[in-house]
Design a binder for this molecule. Structure first.
Ligand code: IMP
Length: 183
């Protein structure tokens, strides 16, 4: 059960809003420089990456366009289903485009591996991956991100787009949920 005050449900805050925004600004500056004159097609992986995506794109000083894709990963609870299913596809043709996939977190690596393969098969000129958080220890497939915000330990985190049973995405910080919230 979650309480009415999200801060009460946190065992620990990993990153406060200021830290998150500072790191996003760094990543945006780097990506903006790397993709200058390439007009990247920015792809937001819904729903978790929504906040990171809009913050990051505003920090990239280059011409770009954007599209949105939704895949199923976690249902209710914390266990990954293993399978990745396309729930909503993009609408922009990516043939010959420099695509940047923006994810909230890379965990097992299954989602980003699936999307990278899919976009390469659609003849993108290049496919890069960005994940705000990287849970390196949990990787199940050989998949690395090209750009990441922070590497974190193997703990279930919420906030800044990441949810627990669809709640807590709106928190401006990233925290670790107390175990008692799961029961
Ligand atoms: P992967 O396919 O296992 O790499 O999982 C990626 C997806 O799992 C992310 O886009 C999240 O939606 C979800 N996920 C993984 N770890 C967490 C977590 O700690 N909190 C919330 N969602 C998570």
């Amino acid at each position: 059960m979650l309480s009415e005050n999200p801060r009460d449900d946190m065992k620990e805050i990993l990153f406060e809003e200021e830290q998150i925004q500072a790191r996003v600004a760094e990543l945006g500056a780097q990506l903006g420089a790397d993709y200058k004159d390439k007009t990247p097609l920015m792809i937001c992986v819904l729903r978790g990456a929504a906040f990171f995506f809009t913050d990051l794109c505003r920090r990239m000083d280059c011409k770009m366009d954007m599209d949105f894709i939704a895949v199923s990963s976690y249902g209710h609870g914390q266990a990954s289903t293993g399978a990745v299913r396309l729930v909503k596809d993009v609408s922009i043709d990516m043939t010959g485009r420099h695509v940047i996939i923006v994810e909230d977190i890379i965990d097992t690596g299954l989602t980003l591996r699936y999307l990278t393969k899919l976009f390469k098969a659609r003849n993108a000129a290049s496919v890069a991956t960005v994940a705000f958080l990287d849970k390196k220890e949990r990787r199940e497939v050989d998949m690395n991100v090209d750009y990441s915000g922070f590497v974190i330990p193997n703990e279930f985190v919420v906030g800044y787009g990441l949810d627990f049973e669809d709640y807590l995405r709106n928190l401006p910080y990233i925290g670790v949920l107390k175990e008692e919230c799961y029961s």
